[in-house]
Design a protein around this ligand. Structure first.
Ligand code: MN
Length: 391
């Protein structure tokens, strides 16, 4: 064997050994383990339909975050696939694939989480990766942690949450507000519930939405959606009220361009005796998460009634979801109805990194550890709001 070849081979072996050693060293493993425990959980709900990919400056309402990354979006979705036509007596109700209780678990000190998507009960519902419904006591929170490759949608049900990221963005979302965050190639941030004057826990939902492979490398982006920006309508003679967070209901459109992956989200309250039929884009995956009361989904012999804290997954066939509350019910039913465009791609998730292959997981861990490829600003960064928490 020639000397240069021998040198080449031995340096290759040295490199390989160094990489293996690095990847298996105890401290590295511990760091990753602690990273996993810090998977922020919860709060969020979902996004917008990229029906219109042109930028609408008027919609870029005062988020606390300064940087405005142009919205790339996906190919426009034909309106005809979203809206029933005049001959809409052809509508086909969606039936239920499964409905299950989201059991409550402790997650770290002071946080209780009901996770329904991203569990063994519901692993795959593209583009949705995770749905958490969390209650966080004063003093608890989600200090500095990274993300790559997904969008997160946080919906505040009670209280307020401060956020701060490594790009210097800071802000607070309060009851009824949402934050749409695109992690893209990399973000590091803290999400810290703000203690309520009356000592009550903060309650929020967080939905993780996969990004199409071609958009996983985009720059991170935030979009806060204030409660005051969300159109609210009533139907069925006032017995049903719908907050149109994202998408279209009964002819009313939400704010557009909230996120890259098309998602519809409605916060629906049905008073006893009320019923609603909500069209959803054909072929999208859809589910409802019940926050309170007892709600009946479906029609005819397929009707199923579920109590609170259930995730109701609908079959893809059909174009409307039907929901109603018995006229003799003791209380109103409240649910969050979500639908999203399924992405035809492999999902490989390691904690807060959601990519398309095992190699990309290694790359994400390496980039995070070495402050490269989107994580440059993580070097030496620590949030102000996360400092109170030991983690
Ligand atoms: Mn987070």
């Amino acid at each position: 064997m020639s000397e240069p070849m021998r040198l080449l081979i031995s340096s290759f072996i040295i490199c390989a050994v160094a990489i293996v050693f690095y990847a298996t060293s105890l401290s590295y493993q511990l760091q990753l383990t602690s990273l996993l425990y810090r998977i922020p959980f919860v709060y969020q709900v979902s996004s917008a339909v990229a029906r219109n990919t042109t930028s609408s400056p008027s919609l870029l309402i005062s988020s606390d975050t300064a940087d405005r990354i142009p919205f790339v979006g996906l190919s426009p979705i034909p309106l005809t696939s979203l809206t029933p036509t005049k001959s809409a007596n052809m509508t086909v109700p969606r039936t239920i694939q499964k409905a299950f209780l989201a059991t409550e678990q402790s997650e770290g000190a002071g946080a209780r989480v009901r996770r329904s998507i991203g569990t063994s009960a519901l692993r795959n519902l593209s583009p949705f990766l995770m749905l958490d419904h969390a209650s966080v006591s004063p003093g608890a929170g989600f200090p500095d942690h990274p993300h790559r490759g997904q969008e997160t949608i946080t919906y505040i049900l009670h209280g307020a949450i401060d956020h701060e990221d490594f790009a210097g963005n800071k802000g607070t979302i309060e009851t009824g507000d949402l934050q749409f965050m695109t992690a893209g190639r990399g973000i590091m941030h803290a999400e810290m519930p703000r203690p309520n004057p009356d000592g009550t826990p903060n309650v929020a939902m967080q939905l993780w939405v996969d990004l199409p492979a071609k958009l996983k490398g985009v720059e991170p982006r935030y979009r806060d959606l204030r409660a005051s920006e969300i159109p609210q309508i009533t139907v069925d003679e006032g017995k049903v009220s719908i907050k149109i967070i994202s998408g279209q209901s009964h002819g009313t459109d939400s704010v557009q361009e909230l996120a890259y992956t098309p998602v519809w989200i409605f916060d629906v309250t049905i008073h006893p005796g009320g019923k609603v039929t909500q069209p959803l884009p054909v072929g999208w995956n859809a589910f409802a998460y019940t926050l309170s009361g007892s709600t009946t989904f479906g029609v005819g012999k397929d009707q199923t009634t579920v109590g609170q804290y259930h995730n109701v997954v609908f079959k893809r066939e059909g174009d409307v979801v039907n929901a109603e509350v018995d006229k003799d019910a003791a209380e109103e039913g409240r649910l969050v109805l979500v639908a999203g465009l399924p992405l035809d791609q492999k999902v490989v998730q390691y904690g807060p990194f959601v990519v398309n292959s095992q190699e990309e997981v290694y790359q994400a861990m390496l980039d995070y550890q070495s402050h490269a490829n989107g994580f440059e600003r993580a070097k030496g960064w620590a949030s102000e709001i996360g400092k109170g928490l030991v983690h």
